[in-house]
Each structure stands twice: as structure tokens, then as C-alpha cells.
Design a protein around this ligand. Structure first.
Ligand code: SF4
Length: 200
């Protein structure tokens, strides 16, 4: 990972973003391995940022969620849509798969604002998910993938436990990074830019 970060720095990248698979695929062993890698990379950013000014935007999302939070658990159907090859509109590409309850319209006719899923997603609020409402990292959680929850647990409203574990690791890492660099002007400028880019 460090080699990759140095490569980005060498080609002039200031901000890049990684993303984990938010699926029900994380064993305890893999979660522990992920935590070790994330902690190492956070220590790397804390030490290297003042010298090279490069940051992983993904690791800043818990901060952004904490202070500028979206209400939704996942952007599907609000700031994100998926369109099938025949023009049908779904909340995101992962909902395209003969999941007719999630069809939200067609590009020829536009969005069907009377569809139940349109209303469900428009009013989706993390505060209405019992497990999230009582979670210690809420607000500040990066949320989950509703399509993945639907696939593995049969409901778009059920957080996948192993993804919650990953979210908690990211949350702690993000705050460690923020608390270490919040007095650095360049770091705070990048945060402001990310907030600008993420406010849709
Ligand atoms: S970690 Fe899981 S339970 Fe907690 S807020 Fe995030 S998705 Fe909800």
C-alpha cells in the first residue's frame, strides 16, 4: 500500500480514494487483517502528510458524515441511479437484476414518483434503522450497501454485521487521522474541498 501511495505522490496526485467491498464476505480473520493495514496506513498518513500532502479521501468520510452527515444509509436512489440496457431506472446498478419491486421508471417516461421504492428511498433516514440508531458510531458511520443487504439478508434496512465491524475500524482510524492533522492548514483545505465535492 505504501508503494502505491508513493506512486500517486510521484505522479502529482493529492487526493485519491479507495473503497471496501460492503458485502457479507468478511471473516474475522480478514477483519483483523484489514484493521492492521488501516492502522498502518493511518500512521503513514500522519507521518507523511506534512511532507508530501497526499491523503486517501475514503478515510475522511466518517469525519464528513459526523459533521456534515447525510441522512441516508446509502446513496442508492437519491444521488445515485442505475439504468438497465432497456432503459429501466433502478436505485443503483446492483438493483438491476429482474428486481421489479425496485424499478423506479424508464428513461423514456422518466422517474415514477408514485413508485413505493421512490418514496422509501427519498425518506430513508439512518435514524429509522433500529440497529443504527443505537450504534455508538452513529452519526459518523459510512453506511452500508442496500443492494448487498437485500442480497444477503433479504432487506435493504438490515446492516450486515461484518460491514459494521469494518465501519467501526474506519471510524476510529478516521478520527485518529483527523485529530492528528486538524491543525495542518493543507489538511483542512483538502477536507473543505472534499466536503464541497461530497455535499450533493
Ligand atoms: S456500524 Fe452498522 S449499525 Fe452502526 S451505524 Fe453503521 S451501519 Fe448502522
Amino acid at each position: 500500500m505504501h508503494d502505491t501511495i508513493h506512486y500517486f505522490k510521484d505522479i502529482g496526485v493529492e487526493v485519491f480514494s479507495t473503497c471496501i467491498a460492503r458485502d457479507n464476505i468478511w471473516s474475522n480473520e480478514k477483519i483483523n487483517e484489514y484493521e492492521k493495514i488501516i492502522n498502518e496506513s493511518i500512521d503513514f498518513y500522519i507521518e507523511e502528510f506534512p511532507k508530501c500532502g497526499i491523503i486517501n479521501k475514503y478515510m475522511m468520510f466518517p469525519i464528513i458524515e459526523r459533521y456534515y452527515r447525510r441522512n441516508n444509509f446509502c446513496p442508492a436512489g437519491t444521488t445515485l441511479l442505475g439504468v438497465s440496457t432497456n432503459g429501466d431506472i433502478y436505485p443503483c446498478a446492483r438493483f438491476i437484476n429482474n428486481r421489479s419491486p425496485y424499478k423506479m421508471g424508464n428513461i423514456k417516461d422518466g422517474m415514477n414518483i408514485n413508485s413505493p421504492i421512490y418514496h422509501t428511498l427519498k425518506n430513508m433516514n439512518i435514524d429509522n434503522i433500529t440497529k443504527c440508531k443505537n450504534c455508538p458510531i452513529h452519526p459518523g458511520c459510512m453506511g452500508q450497501c442496500m443492494a448487498s443487504s437485500y442480497e444477503s439478508l433479504g432487506s435493504i434496512f438490515k446492516p450486515i454485521e461484518c460491514v459494521c465491524e469494518i465501519n467501526k475500524i474506519n471510524y476510529n482510524a478516521s478520527f485518529k487521522l483527523y485529530n492528528s492533522l486538524k491543525n495542518n492548514e493543507d489538511f483542512m483545505r483538502i477536507i473543505s474541498n472534499i466536503i464541497g465535492l461530497s455535499s450533493t
